[in-house]
Design a protein around this ligand. Structure first.
Ligand SMILES: [Zn+2]
Length: 77
């Protein structure tokens, strides 16, 4: 039913384990656009924010999650 792997969007929420909530919680996919341009991406700004405790996870914080960082992965190529 859910086609989560197809074309991720920045407003999608992903279920990720939050070490502070000790549970899987919806995380917002966030990043900063360069100069406010919607099609750009500021390297290093991609992050996931826990919708409950607002903890943010950056690329490299949890190697198991690195594959979710589609923009960062692309920027590092
Ligand atoms: Zn949390």
């Amino acid at each position: 039913m859910a086609q989560k792997d197809k074309a991720k969007r920045e407003d999608m929420e992903d279920l990720i384990y939050c070490e502070y909530c000790k549970a899987e919680t919806p995380h917002r996919h966030l990043y900063n656009a360069a100069y406010g341009l919607s099609q750009t991406y500021m390297t290093g700004s991609e992050r996931f924010e826990c919708s409950k405790c607002k903890n943010t996870i950056h690329y490299g914080d949890n190697p198991k999650l690195d594959s979710k960082f589609v923009l960062e992965t692309e920027a590092r190529k």
